[in-house]
Design a protein around this ligand. Sequence first.
Ligand code: ZN
Length: 253
Amino acid sequence: TGLATAAPEGSARPGGVAILDLGSVEQAAPAASFDDKRVLVMRDGDRWKAVVGIPLDTEPGSLTVSVGGDKVTVPIIEHAYAEQRLTVKNQSHVTPDQAQLDRIGSERKIIDAALNNFRQVPVETISLAAPVDGPRGSSFGKRRFFNDQPRAPHKGMDIAAAEGVPITAPLEGIVTATGDYFFNGNTVIIDHGQGYVTMYCHLSEIAVEKDQQVTAGEAIGAVGATGRVTGPHLHFGTYLNGTAVDPAILLEQ
Ligand code: ZN
């Protein structure tokens, strides 16, 4: 099946994905949770597997996942993320004023709700088709400085593409949020089930609406340069159990 290739050996690192074997599908699927958040459980051949998103700030060593009533320890591999220094022209994207901070706060609630949504439906694959063709950046997890100011680490993959190039859904799902957000610009968030969520930022235009069902390959918008950017590209985010994980692990090669 696609699970082994979608989350290869060595993916259990901060910002990565851990796969846990939960037993035979002859038993009912056990519920799994991590950090009080439900975890995706899917069928992989004749086994149930948990697909756990590992937070970027996890210390190497291990983390504990609850499976049914049991605690399961998952080893976490060390991974050092580099720094990234960026220059943005609009200084208010680095040091927002109070009105902008208020706007950012209310947008954060909408975005967090969409990223943490858990919809109990079967998930058949976690493997994602490319949402846009183009060179894939490797800056996921890098600690960022905007105009020399330290900011949150980069929680997605930047795919280089020209303004206006169509973006397509990499897997079926339901659109849970769209909007023009301060940092992310025009944004679409898609829920693929059981906390598996993808996010598309800096779009020039949005082609879908909230609550719309999308199929794999359907157009959801176009590449742009809205929000806090240095130029046109797609910021592509992938989330499991509310935590950002490296899209490179989940994207088909
Ligand atoms: Zn980005």
